[in-house]
Design a binder for this molecule. Structure first.
Ligand code: FAD
Ligand code: NAP
Length: 339
């Protein structure tokens, strides 16, 4: 049985902690709840916004419509062979809870993605990634319900058109589907990926010589906790910008002026620049504008310093964009979804 509430504050439903409201708010605990909802006139006649944990959203104004919070729960094994297992998770499971479940079952593949906030249902939206792993590397399929009709559709990896922090659901299928479950193909034989970022250094600090998947997860958790603000204490949505991709020529010309620029070659011949480094080089680490600020430990993260509005955060992001463009001639793109 669904309950549509009116004039609800969204402050506790977005990790920036922005105090906006929505006209209508409903929580979905089962697919049947959704089938009931789509028959309701309030749903039919209003703009819709599906949310999970609200950790990749910036509200710049009240939401003039109905917010649908997805709580569908359940994790199960769909099939397995001697070496692989297909794990299905409903959309409302916490992402990190799924990671911990996989580690407890000794299934390999999700450990580098430890401690990413939010829910499983949002994970395909931007093909979440960290420490050299993206969900496209472990993705099997997903089920989605058409927002207007409730019709169920399966998407395989090709259908999802995953890219760097991108998918079909952020582009041509934007606002078309509610992702209800995601299935992952995990490994029973352990192949760890510890080369990325500071994982190996952290394992050395932990004095771990032959890491298990749990050790890798713990190392990732320790690094993240040392660098990233905890949204429960300081409002943020993780990296506010994507790492920009530039041509080899552009990279080489930047390299002549900025010898220490942090960049990584891509398979297509272009280079990925570390946006955090660009922002820091502009002298913006810790920079404050109104009630928003650039995080002191990782410049890619913008934070709600004290009761910031969504516009405070957005204006800071515009300031950062302009500074980076004026200094490097590189345009940053926002990763966070703006409403
Ligand atoms: P929400 O913020 O609720 O929604 C995000 C978008 O997805 C919105 O457009 C929403 O409409 C849509 N959406 C949500 N659920 C559904 C659904 N079931 N069906 C259809 N559409 C849906 N991201 C990374 O990729 N890598 C990281 O390492 C990472 N680290 C982070 C660290 C911190 C401290 C924080 C705060 C954020 C970080 N993020 C990271 C960003 C964020 O956690 C992820 O993008 C996460 O997947 C968002 O999940 P959510 O449930 O909070 O989505
Ligand atoms: P970091 O390790 O300090 O690295 C800085 C940047 O360099 C990262 O953005 C990463 O790109 C890139 N990088 C590092 N090692 C690389 C390698 N071996 N090959 C290619 N690129 C490499 O970054 P961090 O801020 O501490 O974050 C660690 C990881 O968590 C990163 O993967 C980052 O994407 C992820 N993260 C994401 C968010 C988010 O909200 N999206 C928030 C926090 C952390 P990539 O970003 O492309 O990996």
């Amino acid at each position: 049985m669904i309950e549509i509430k009116q004039q609800i504050s969204l402050k506790s439903y977005n990790t920036f902690g922005i105090d906006v409201s929505c006209n209508y708010f409903v929580e979905i605990n089962s697919e049947n709840d959704f089938f009931e909802l789509i028959k309701n006139n309030i749903y039919k006649n209003n703009q819709k916004l599906i949310i999970g944990g609200g950790s990749n959203i910036l509200f710049t104004k009240n939401f003039d419509g109905i917010v649908v919070k997805i709580n569908l729960k359940g994790i199960s094994i769909k099939s397995e062979t001697e070496t692989e297992v297909i794990v299905k998770s409903y959309a409302g499971e916490g992402w990190h809870d799924l990671v911990l479940w996989s580690i407890a079952n000794n299934f390999c593949g999700l450990e580098n993605l430890s401690l990413i906030p939010g829910c499983v249902g949002a994970s395909p939206m931007q093909n979440i990634g960290a420490y050299g792993v993206e969900i496209k590397d472990v993705f099997y399929e997903l089920e989605a319900l058409e927002i207007e009709t409730g019709l169920k559709k399966k998407f395989n990896i090709k259908d999802c058109k995953f890219g760097y922090r991108e998918s079909v659901f952020k582009n041509e299928m934007k606002n078309r589907y509610l992702i209800s479950s995601v299935s992952f193909k995990l490994k029973k034989n352990i192949i760890l990926n510890t080369l990325y970022g500071a994982i190996n250094e952290e394992l050395a600090i932990m004095q771990v010589n032959n890491p298990t998947i749990k050790d890798v997860s713990n190392a990732v958790i320790a690094i993240r906790q040392s660098k990233l603000p905890d949204p429960k204490i300081t409002g943020n949505a993780g990296s506010f910008f994507k790492n920009p991709e530039v041509s080899k020529e552009k990279y080489l010309s930047l390299k002549t002026s900025f010898e220490n620029i942090v960049a990584y070659p891509l398979p297509n011949g272009n280079y990925k620049l570390a946006a955090g480094w660009l922002i820091e080089k502009c002298g913006l680490k810790g920079f404050e504008l109104d009630n928003a600020s650039v995080h002191t430990k990782q410049a890619l993260v913008l934070i709600n310093k004290s009761n910031a509005t969504g516009n405070n955060i957005y204006q800071l992001s515009t300031y950062v964009l302009q500074k980076v463009f004026n200094t490097f001639g590189v345009t940053l793109e926002r990763e966070v979804n703006i409403f």
